[in-house]
Design a protein around this ligand. Structure first.
Ligand code: 3HC
Length: 301
């Protein structure tokens, strides 16, 4: 059955090589997924060799885990490792037909990335962004071909979460949308088409939920109480564990975007901003115990 709003599948362009801009955690997870499910070469790019090595290293380590669990054969593991490579220049995208970016959530940075990508990719290459909250229409405004830009928003952990938000910008055409849905299907994700609105749909809901938990703590509820209040409601994770999985900086950025768009409906917690400024990965330490210094950032509002 065709997902609601998806154009006819026959319009989809073939994807034989994927480019991923950025080699951070989310980008590396995507690279592995594309290689595993599309079985095509995937090239990661980033600003320096150390980041590239880390990204490719992550992919290799995850492939070894899949091999260890018996999910793939030794041959498949070797093939997957060979499919994912790193490059310091975007020239490696010259024969790519699907390029996705997962760089820092900043409109100017993303626009610059797409200008560089558009200069090297062939006609008919789909440009996708993993942005969690920024406007597709604005991101494509300076492109020569904004009709081939589409939102392709994954959820953490990329390998596990079935959901994929596909975002249509004002200019996105049907062939690009059809390609996005076809790729989503090959990745075995459940794609939903969402409007190009601040934080789309899912992060708007999650930010409401997380914002209320954080507000309760800001207002004096002990963090540990708020963290475990919903334990028996069947959610897969506690709120601050989820915040740590997503990354506090990403969570704060989404909250700021929503606050800017809807100031009466979404607030930004000053204590969350302090947590992000501290550089800590969240309120939990590496051994999953609460980090007293991080928790103290919230104490007393
Ligand atoms: N990478 C790859 N695989 C992972 C993983 C990761 N980071 N984390 C967990 N997994 C795999 C495990 O290897 C395991 O696989 P297996 O069954 O093959 O052994 C499977 O997932 C289950 O993991 P665990 O048994 O360790 O743990 P749980 O059963 O508790 O599941 C969870 C972990 C899937 C993360 C679950 O807690 C969950 O669903 N949490 C909610 C996550 C969520 O809501 N994500 C959305 C965040 S919002 C977002 O990303 C948008 C952004 O724009 C902000």
């Amino acid at each position: 059955k065709r997902p609601a709003g998806a154009p006819d599948r026959s319009l989809a362009r073939k994807v034989t090589k994927v480019g991923v801009v950025g080699a951070g955690l989310m980008a590396s997870q995507m690279a592995l997924l594309f290689a595993r499910r599309l079985e095509v070469p995937v090239v990661l790019t980033d600003l320096d060799q150390a980041r590239l090595d880390k990204g490719v290293g992550y992919v290799h380590a995850e492939v070894d885990k899949l091999l260890g669990k018996g999910r793939i054969s030794a041959d498949q593991a070797n093939r997957l490792k060979g499919l994912v490579t790193g490059s310091l220049t975007k020239d490696a995208f010259a024969d790519a037909d699907f390029v996705i970016e997962a760089v820092f959530e900043d409109m100017a940075v993303k626009k610059k990335v797409f200008a560089e990508v558009e200069a090297v990719v062939p006609d008919g290459c789909t440009l996708a962004t993993n942005t969690s909250s920024l406007s597709l229409t604005e991101m494509g405004a300076d492109l020569a071909h904004p009709e081939r830009l589409v939102g392709f928003h994954f959820f953490n952990p990329v390998a596990v979460m079935p959901l994929l938000e596909i975002v249509k910008g004002a200019a996105t055409d049907d062939a690009t949308l059809a390609t996005a849905f076809a790729v989503g299907k090959s990745l075995k994700k459940s794609a939903v088409l969402v409007k190009d609105a601040p934080a789309f749909v899912v992060n708007r809901l999650l930010t409401r939920f997380m914002g209320e938990v954080i507000a309760a703590v800001d207002e004096g509820t002990p963090l540990e109480t708020a963290e475990h209040a919903l334990d028996d409601l069947g959610l897969p994770m506690t709120p601050f564990a989820l915040l740590q999985l997503v990354g506090p900086a990403v969570g704060l950025h989404v909250a700021e975007t929503l606050h800017e768009a809807f100031p009466d409906r979404f607030g930004v917690s000053a204590n969350m901003a302090k947590l992000v400024a501290s550089g800590k990965p969240g309120v939990y330490a590496a051994d999953f115990s609460l980090d007293p210094e991080a928790v103290a950032l919230f104490a007393g509002g």
